[in-house]
Every structure is written in C-alpha cells, then in structure tokens.
Write a new protein. Sequence first.
Length: 361
Amino acid sequence: MNVSLEDYLKIITPYLHPELVTPQALAQIQALAQRLPISSAVSLECRLNGTEPDVDLHASFTHFPTELSGRFLPNFAWQACQNFAQKWMDSASSLHQSINNLILEFDLPEQLTDQQPIEAISPSPYIMFKPETTISLQELIEHSLRLFQYPLDPQLTTKLKHCLSSLPDGAKLANIGIWLARPTHALRLTIKEILFEQLPIYLEQIGWEYPTHALALYGSTLSPFMDTLALAIDIDQTVHPRIGLECFVTKQFHDQSRWQQFIDHLVKTGLCTPGKRNALLDWTGFTQRSDCPELWPANLTYGDILMGSNALSLFWRRINHIKIVYQPSQPLSAKAYLAFGHSWISAENVVFEEKPGIAQA
C-alpha cells in the first residue's frame, strides 16, 4: 500500500485559504508531501504579515522511516538524520527511552527550479523529549548532537548547561532544534510552561545582552489572550538577540473565541492582516470519511473497520500556536502554525461545525 503524506494533505487542502497558503506555496508543499511518508502530525508555518508568502512544513515522526532519506538527494543533513535514527530506534538506548518524537522542518524555497528541485531539500530536526525522562538532559543533548555531527565546543556546552540549570520554577525544556539546513550553527532551545513574568530574570541570567523592560511590557499586553507560553532562543557561545514567544490557547475546538480575541489583537497592532485573520479562524475543524469518501486514504480502512462505532475516524485541523518574533530595535512579526493529522477520537469529545471548503485558485 503506497501511501504518502500527500494523501493526508488532500483531505485538508480545501480548508487552506490562499491568504495563508498561496497557490505557488501549496504546489511546493504538495511536491514535498509526495516524497514524505505519513506523519503523526503536520504543521504549516505561515507568516501573518502581508508581504511574506513563504510557508514551511513541519512533519512529526515517532520513528524514523528507513526509506525517507532515499527519497531525497544524498547530503550531509540526511546522512546526519539517518545516523541519529539508528541509535534512537534501538529500544535499549537512552535516546529511545527519553525522546518522544522527531520533527523535521523543511524551509521551502520561494520557487523550485532545475537547480533547486524538491528532492534537493534538506531537513532541520527538532528533538522532542519525553516529560518523564530521568536522564540528564545535558548528556542527552550532547549525545544527540554528536550523532548529528554537530560541532560541539566548550563554550556551547557551557552556555547550554547554564541555560538548563537556570530554568525558572515550573519551566521545562520541550525540544532542541538543530539547523542542519541553514548556514547558522546555533542551537534552538524551546522552553515550555514559562511565565511572562519569569522571562526578564531568566534572559538576564543566561546572558541575553539586551534590555528586558520593553519585552516585559509587551508580555503584559499579550498575557490576557493566551493560556501557556513557550520561549524559543538560539544559542552558541552567546544567546542570540532574536527570540520567539510561542503562544498557546487550550480547548480551542470547544471555544474559538479565545483565538479570535488574540488574533484580533494582532490585527489591531499591525502583526496580522484582516484577510489572514479570517483565514486562520476558518481553519479549525474536523473532516470525516463521509465528507470526502473518494479522497479517504486507503491505509485507514482497516483501522476504521476495527474501531467501528467505538471511535470516530477524523482528520483534525487546529491552530497549534502563534509565535511572536521579538528582536530589540526591530519590528515585531508573527507566524501561525496550522496543524493537522488523523486520529480515532471518542464521539463525545467532538463538536462538529459545518464549514465549507475554500477553493484554491
């Protein structure tokens, strides 16, 4: 049964508004999805201003498909991912016990060419840690970086240790990102469950060399619109000036008003266009087999029969989070992460709302 991520993408494409994903960007996503296996969850990274049409794709895997790297031209990034995966998939390894999933981010070019075809694209991996891991995160990260052939130097390991040891009460490391597909050698740290009021002190402690007063003031304006926050920072020997404020709203399937209030605020402050706001608010929802039986992926048939009336077979769509990009002396910008995937869900947990598909030009 030859099923690719493109088969899943077809289900949700009618709900991708061209305000967020232009026809050109969609064509690139489709070309990439043809080469990717099905994923447990996917998100599309969309810029919310009116001038940047780029869309990047993030695909999550709970195991590394052995055939994946063979679908792309061989390069350092794919070789490094394969090297890491061999250890991660070993059930006896500390990596297998401590890492939940691997997310591959693909920075899609503005235009595909003969010199830059889709099969030449490289991934940047994010390592997602299990919350219950008892193994030293410092050791896990350094071990992972060596497997990815990432250049480790004493200054980076010292900075990493300082960032981990300075985490505020309640905050946790969610993941690390390794920019194999980018020219920078910085390491991305994403810290979840951190509070806005904890940001200034934490950033000062880890050596972020910029005033925190303006950041704290801006955080106080965002705080009423969101439920949880994650902080994204890039480090090498230093902490880079550009940081990400990843804003999450919970229970969005049952109460869309929270996202509407947040996104309305972004429109008022010039971080999102009205057209993209409307497209975002139309994104969330569910799709059943009866909505598009001719497109339903063949690999789901056995599971649908097995589950029967015990669960609904659904493709879900939601706003995973919105990231505010903050850099001193630079304009703010915002990105939305449109997530989708398939699940079998108890019927009592689903609230349906009729939403027509949106035709792509």
